[in-house]
Design a protein around this ligand. Sequence first.
Ligand SMILES: [Zn+2]
Length: 298
Amino acid sequence: MNIEKRLVCLFFLFLSLPSLLFGWGYETHKIINYYAAKILPRQMENFRIHADYLSLHSGDPDNWKNFIPGEPVRHYIDLDVFDSEPFDDLPRKYDDFVEKYTAEEVEKNGLLPWVIIEYLDLMTVNMKKNRWPEVFACAYALGHYVADAHQPLHLTMNYDGQLTGNTGIHERYESTMINYYINEIKIDKITKIKYISSPVDFVFDFLIDGYSKIGVILDADTKYKKYLEKEPEKYYEFLWKDTKKITLEQINKAVYALTCFWYTAWVNAGRPEIPKIKESKLLPTIENEIDWRRIRRN
Ligand SMILES: [Zn+2]
C-alpha cells in the first residue's frame, strides 16, 4: 500500500474512532433514526420517505467531534455531578443550571439536554424558512443526540465504569454487545405521537428515567466480567440476558421521543407542507467546518 493510501486509511480510522468509543454504536443510531421516521403521521409522509437518509447520517455527529471545537461535551451529561437520585433539586433550563453551578461546571459536565433543545429549535426555524435540506440535516443530528440521551452510560461521571471496577463497560455494552445481538432489537408499534409542550421537562424526564438503568448494566458486568478474558462469548451472552429488557426499553423510548420531537418541530413551524425532495438534493455528510456553517441558525 502506498503512503497516500495508508494515510487515507488512517484518516478514516481516526474518523470512526470516536463513534466506536462514545455514543451508541452506529447500528443503534441507524435503527433509532430509521424507525422514528417510519412512524411519523401521514401528514409528514414526505419527511417519512427519507428514513434511509436520516438513518445513514445518524452517526455523523460523532465524527464532528474531530473538527468542531466543543463538540465532545455535547453528547453527554453527568447528572450525578450535580445531584443524586431522584434528582429533585436539579434545575431544567440551561440558565438555571449556570446560575446554580457556574457555566464552567456545566460546560465541563456535558450539554446534551440543551443540545436537543437547540436542534429542535434549529429544525423549526429551517422549516419555517423552507430550507428543507437543512431541516433534514438538523433532523438526523437531533436523532443522534436524542439517542445518546437514552444510553444510560451517557448520563453519569462513571461513564466507563471506571469508578466501580467496571472499566471498559461503555464500549462493551453499547457496541460489542449490541453488535452481537442487533437482530434481537425489536421496535414496538407506536400509534400515539404526542406534541411536546415543554421540551426541556420532557428531556429531563427521560434522562432521569435513563439514569435509573445504569445499575442494571454495571451489576451485570460485575457478575460476569470473570468470563471476559477466556470466554468472551459467554460474557456477552450473559450481559445481554441481564440488560436486554432495559436496552430494548431505552431504544424504544428513544424512537418514540425522536418521533415526537420531529412532529413537534413541524407543528411549531406552523405545519408547513413538506415538499417531495429528491435524496440527491439533501445535504451530504458534513465533514468539515465549512459544511457545518451551511446549517444557518436564523
Ligand atoms: Zn454521540
